[in-house]
Design a protein around this ligand. Structure first.
Ligand SMILES: Cc1cc2nc3c(=O)[nH]c(=O)nc-3n(C[C@H](O)[C@H](O)[C@H](O)COP(=O)(O)OP(=O)(O)OC[C@H]3O[C@@H](n4cnc5c(N)ncnc54)[C@H](O)[C@@H]3O)c2cc1C
Length: 365
């Protein structure tokens, strides 16, 4: 029998499995579809919250812990698996001059570099932008990774570590007795484990509901489009009025994203595509001549304040949750995985756990 059974093979489940396995535990990961094909595939891979000063300190704390370790994680994974997830320090150029005061007040406490820039500095940094932005902010330390490649690397890494992965296997129920978890019921069989971790992203509340506790994790649809430019034509991540462009090393440029409350509906819409194309071309006029390669949608695991739930279930012993990472699950994933590992292994934690506790959530039943 496994020490830990993780439900959900997105980045949160994959990294939690890796961290637990590295600590010597025997881990099984159960995924309804293929590993990492939901929000973790759909995301942009920016390793920073957008406008981080707008987020609670707990989000920034998880992000900061991960940021200083991400490069090494990607290098370790490349060494182990041969898959390079393309950690790239592209920097983040924010064109919203009105954010200056809040950003500069936030930066020192988080030891983040945020530099005010004027129109000529914006042009020097990113000649592909139009010359109509009078001021902005430059965050040179912000990096990105290519999340689909990170998923590939983690898949291979878990295989090499001997983690048992069951894909195409939906967990239909959590099995508990006398308020203690015993395992899970999948569509095929019962699977027992000492401890169970729910890392089902936007679907986490569905599974936990039957235990009589509402967990406020809800789907928030995000649509993105992908263009192809020449490599280097655009060099930095650029953010403007809530929209962003992310240049990949091979010249592909992601443009995101929408925020839609439409339940578990992953359909793409013409309206969102047209809106994203319009804003993309306004931000980077050369995109008007670039070919659009793809349009997709993913369901973010939304939570009331963007702070994920990481810790023990308040009613059922040995049941844990690692979910609700909303817009920042890629950047927060390494810290979330380590924090949950610390909690389940009963060892000193990398940070204070109370902001992430499920019973800390005021909207929970
Ligand atoms: C458009 C968009 C852009 C984004 N951009 C960024 C960004 O730039 N930076 C950033 O940090 N974050 C970004 N995010 C957010 C980030 O992608 C998510 O927060 C993160 O991927 C959540 O990971 P997860 O593992 O919790 O969820 P998911 O990746 O959704 O994984 C959950 C998994 O659980 C499985 N599952 C569900 N129910 C069951 C069940 N009953 N049995 C078995 N398996 C089950 C699902 O099939 C799925 O594979 C973005 C998200 C979107 C949609």
């Amino acid at each position: 029998m496994a020490d830990f059974l993780i439900i959900g093979g997105g980045l949160i489940g994959l990294l939690t499995a890796r961290t637990l396995s590295a600590s010597g535990a025997k881990v099984i990961l159960v995924e309804r579809g293929q590993l990492g094909q939901e929000s973790s595939w759909a995301g942009g891979g920016i390793l920073s919250p957008l406008y981080p000063w707008k987020y609670p300190a707990a989000v920034n704390e998880l992000a900061a812990w991960s940021q200083v370790r991400y490069r090494q994680l990607i290098e370790e994974l490349e060494q182990a698996t041969g898959v390079d997830a393309e950690w790239t320090q592209s920097g983040l150029l924010i064109l919203d001059g009105d954010q200056r005061k809040a950003a500069l007040a936030w930066a020192p406490a988080c030891a983040a570099t945020v530099q005010p820039v004027d129109a000529s500095a914006i042009q020097r940094l990113e000649p592909a932008l139009p010359a109509n932005h009078p001021s902005g902010l430059w965050m040179p330390e912000v990096a990105q990774i290519r999340n689909p490649l990170l998923i590939q690397a983690l898949r291979e890494d878990l295989r090499l570590r001997g983690v048992r992965v069951a894909e195409n296997t939906e967990v239909t129920h959590l099995l508990s007795k006398k308020e203690r978890i015993r395992g899970v019921q999948t569509e095929y069989s019962e699977v027992m484990a000492d401890k169970v971790i729910v890392a089902c992203g936007a679907w986490s509340a569905t599974l936990l509901k039957e235990l009589g506790r509402e967990v406020p994790v809800m789907p928030v649809r995000g649509q993105m489009i992908l263009f192809r430019m020449q490599p280097g034509q655009l060099q930095h991540i650029v953010l403007w009025q809530g929209h962003y462009v992310i240049p990949r090393r091979d010249g592909r440029v992601l443009v995101g994203s929408t925020m839609e409350d439409v339940g578990f509906d992953k359909k793409v819409t013409d309206e969102a595509r047209d809106g994203l194309i319009r804003v993309a071309c306004e931000m980077v006029p050369a995109l008007a001549d670039a070919s659009m390669e793809r349009h997709w949608a993913g369901l973010r695991p939304g939570s009331p304040t963007g702070v994920p739930f990481i810790g023990a279930h308040p009613k059922i012993d040995d049941l844990f949750i690692n979910a609700g990472h909303f817009r920042n699950g890629v950047v927060m994933a390494p810290a979330s995985a380590q924090l949950l590992t610390d909690i389940v292994q009963n060892q000193p934690t990398i940070m204070e756990t109370s902001p992430f506790a499920l019973n800390n959530c005021s909207t929970a039943a």
